[in-house]
Design a protein around this ligand. Sequence first.
Ligand code: PLP
Length: 347
Amino acid sequence: MDIKDLLRPTIKALKPYSSARDEFQGATDNMVFLDANENPFENGVNRYPDPLQRELKSLWSELKGVSVENIMFGNGSDEVLDLIYRAFCEPNQDNVITLPPTYGMYEVLANLNAIVIKKVNLDNNFQPKVDEILSTVDKNSKLLFICSPNNPSGNSFYSEAITRLVSEFKGIVVIDEAYIDFSKEESWVSRLNNFPNLIVTQTVSKAYAMAGIRLGICYASAEIISVLNAIKPPYNINELTQKKALELLNVKGLAEKQITDILLEREKLIDALKSIDFISKIYPTDANFVLVKVDDANKRYNQLIEKGIVIRNRTTQPGCENTLRLTVGTADENEILVKAFLLISKS
Ligand SMILES: *Cc1c(COP(=O)(O)O)cnc(C)c1O
């Protein structure tokens, strides 16, 4: 498979904007910078940020054991997903495949980019129907989105199913691993070398407790990464984001400790939910949330709102009738949720 054949013609021909900081590299502290029309008075943010985030990227590369040439950062993984659309999908011509119920942004971005979306619903166990997916593909199918662990169901997909999809689909397979750090499954990042058509996305928004700084990660072959680097906005990761990420990622063991706590709380929450009489099913989860089936999702959702608790009502999603998605909070927050459930189950 030649990735160049999948790129949009305009992207193949694109000459990227060359910023002042792109044209001169190799800065040392005692140099005078009069190239970018910045305000010279130092305040910590008066200079443009590094367009390739070298310091942060090398730290992330070390943490994840992935070479920097296989990493690109986006303004949230949502920007990464948008860049993937813009690189590979020709508006009003190409299509993408999604596997509902799943993350809503794949569809929003398809609509935004004038790309047709083909949906193949997951089966009753929220697993991909591989044969049906492969038979839905046509010559204009450029992207296949796999969210594992999946949002909103919480489960991971069988590795054999993903392997078949990545091996047999003739376009780009995007595996969204926003919740991988909560899962026992191995990340697909380690298999990038085996699959030139594989893109993996992750985020610091969930397990790394940095949703507010907007930092998403894209892993792919050096060839794909260089295309995405060429089409991204030059300064897409701002200085404050780069600094805050470096600061928190340098606290040894912080994320690991919080993930362990969240997983412990998740098991406690699941146990407590078993005693709520209107909850008929607790779906298996590999993420920091739990999907539950209730008697009447709209009613229960509104009752919780009245008690000042906001959860996510997923009842309109395919295969998710009368389900609610509960994010695992602190021990105190989960206790408040369970108490409210107990109270409303008596009313
Ligand atoms: C939360 C979430 C994201 C969003 O990531 P950002 O980096 O915050 O944009 C991506 N994919 C899935 C499946 C998510 O649930």
